[in-house]
Design a protein. Sequence first.
Length: 368
Amino acid sequence: MPTTPTHFLDLDVLDTPTLRAIIDTAATLKQARRTPKALAVPHGAVLAMIFEKPSTRTRVSFEMAMHQLGGSAVVLNAQDMQLGRGETIGDTARVLSRYVDAIMLRTGPHEGLLEFAEHAEIPVVNGLTARSHPCQIMADILTFEEHKGPIKGTIVAWLGDANNVATSWVHAAARFGFTLRMATPPAFAPDPDLLTWALAQGAKIEVTTDAQAAVTGADCVVTDTWVSMGDKDVEARKAALEPFRVDAALMARAKRDAIFMHCLPAHRGDEVTDAVMDGPQSVVWDEAENRLHAQKAILVWCLRNGRLAVKAAARKKASRKIASGKSASRKSASAKAKKTSTKKSSVKNAPARKTRATKQATERGGKR
């Protein structure tokens, strides 16, 4: 059993069997009314959730995930911590490692997440960075396969800005074996280094500026908000991205049974219309729910394979040793009590044995 932390930082640093196992665990946890004992986190596990960016789904889904798994969660905002007053990321990671069993970090620069993981002695989970959003894509894969079956060999169309969510979709295409078509304006195209990595991994990535071409024959159409926290030149962004709005006419170019996904929050009327968002092909509410189940599976993988599992095993071993000691002590006490009882019985019966011996001697004398 490993003693080093089992981090969940990005899809590109994990292999396909590991990611598939997490998806399968998520499906099992969703189907079960109660968390199976074999998948519950060790008793008393605590997750620290650090938010440097506001959140609805991430906070609630992670908190409920730990609760349903038998653990608990502590919410920390950067401005309420010494981290926001000059304490280093490394020192914060070391301190929290002594208090809790895992850390979920929702932050800006991806480098901050990596530094946190480098110094932490417990699992660190990427709740979102400016680079990627792996937890969201695990929920999306789970959602796709619930509605469409295995995602391998299918076509997913991404429309809009090639942002952090899109990056994780590229990682997923390499790991799960589906074709990803990305339709973006030239100014919002995916990072060339990301595409170079994907091609080296054997991923099927098609990049275009034509939204209609990307969607035609797709099994799934995905988009995200055009304006994220911290983005500038909002009106210019909206003008560039307007041709990539997902409306009923665009969805009609996808397969008849295609599904629509959006990680939320959605800006209705910008990246998607009400007709699509609330239409029969939309699975956004299932997608939102599946953040809970995907993250439960991620936490199970982290906590049951990391340091906490080692600590739990050590506690179990110590408990068996104590129980064994108590059992041996009871046996020793029982043997001592039995020995004492035998001795008392011997003393008590001594007069009777003496009387019998005297009687037997008298009888032998009479015979002589």
